[in-house]
Design a protein around this ligand. Structure first.
Ligand code: XIL
Length: 365
């Protein structure tokens, strides 16, 4: 991993100035996507149901994001309320929005054992296989050539389910065993020749036993997929950061870099900072959240293979953590503030921290 020092910057300049990207003081007034581009990165956020967005939210996404990802619209249960129908309206609207704003788009997520509707769970294994293949063909065909990347499989592991190999339980695993993973990648590659095919995983950033359980399994799975010639281009790390659990950013960065060494791109796909254990005082909370963003990004951006940083939504107002904590009965003033922009869509300290991490990044082109 590259350390960053003034001497390196000067050496880069002496070498003609073209050797390094990034570098330079952070200017938070510039869009995060602009600062990211200068550091050889795409920055953006997850977006849900464009039809419901107010003009302020729409403007924020248009201004700040160079890439969008469908938060829910391409998940199986959203697309398939019943066995016959495909509801493409939500995802189509996001695709049109991205196109109108000159933004790239990631598809999230084609196959995930978590998002199974009841009608699917009731089907016998042979039929689940048939539905799996037909679903991939239809959905991938529709967006082929239009996506930057596909999260082909999300969260292959969930050791907490107690299944052999630590695999996440659900209809695809029950019907096909772990072979559903390579099968999905092969099937997508046969249809979409341009999307970067991504395996997206949770908890690898934490040293909590969940992260420790998943990391070696993901490493072995990727090695096996590559050995078997499966078309895999990138590993996505969700990075829903949990500062109240043990973590070690440099150990995570070393782990992530081991995939880069195997020729894979690294995407930070769902970044946010859970502020549950931070002080109630809002300014202090925002400061801690910003520091966590900065520390994490400085560690991972030292890896040249990191090409994307996306937060899960852009504004606290739309964070998935809001829903979870609201349902758990948290009072309004204690609701999470995990994202770079606040409820009024104003930049928080996290924007400066992210901007600074982008500006400090130097990668050899
Ligand atoms: C979340 C969405 O943000 C919520 O709106 C939805 O209710 C549940 O799913 N990891 C993932 C995402 O890969 O798909 C999840 O998104 C958040 C955790």
């Amino acid at each position: 991993m590259n350390g960053i020092s003034r001497r390196d910057v000067i050496a880069g300049a002496a070498a003609g100035g073209a050797a390094l990207l990034g570098a330079g003081p952070a200017q938070a007034s510039e869009a995060l996507s602009t600062l990211a581009a200068r550091a050889g990165l795409l920055f953006g956020g997850a977006i849900d149901n464009v039809a419901r967005l107010d003009p302020g939210m729409t403007r924020l996404f248009a201004q700040q994001a160079g890439i969008l990802v469908t938060e829910n619209a391409l998940k199986f249960d959203y697309l398939r309320p019943d066995a016959e129908r495909f509801e493409f309206g939500g995802a189509d609207a996001i695709a049109a929005f991205a196109k109108a704003n000159g933004q790239q788009l990631r598809g999230h997520t084609l196959i995930w054992n978590d998002n199974a509707p009841d009608w699917l769970k009731r089907r016998p294994g042979r039929e689940v296989e048939r539905i799996f293949d037909a679903h991939i063909d239809r959905v991938v065909e529709r967006y082929a050539g239009r996506l930057h990347s596909w999260d082909v499989v999300n969260e292959p592991f969930w050791p907490m389910h107690g299944k052999p190999g630590g695999y996440r339980d659900g209809p695809w695993l029950s019907a096909m065993g772990p072979s559903y993973i390579a099968r999905a990648f092969r099937r997508v590659a046969a249809i979409d020749k341009t999307a970067r095919l991504t395996l997206n995983e949770a908890f690898c950033e934490t040293n909590h036993e969940w992260g420790q359980g998943i990391r070696p399994r993901l490493r072995d799975l990727v090695a096996k997929l590559q050995d078997d010639g499966a078309p895999l281009h990138a590993v996505g790390f969700q990075a829903h950061l949990l500062p109240h659990w043990p973590y070690d950013d440099s150990a995570f960065a070393a782990y992530a870099e081991s995939f880069a060494a195997r020729g894979l791109d690294i995407y930070i796909t769902e970044l946010d900072v859970n502020d549950e254990a931070y002080p109630a005082n809002v300014a202090e909370r925002d400061r801690r959240v910003a520091k966590r963003y900065g520390d994490f990004l400085r560690a991972v951006l030292a890896i040249a293979a990191v090409r994307i940083v996306m937060t899960w939504q852009l504004s606290d107002r739309a964070s998935w953590l809001r829903d979870i904590y609201r349902r758990a009965g948290k009072p309004a003033e204690k609701l999470p503030r995990p994202l770079p922009f606040d409820d009024a869509l104003k930049p928080k300290a996290a924007v400066e921290a992210i901007a600074a991490a982008f500006a400090a990044r130097r990668v050899t082109p």
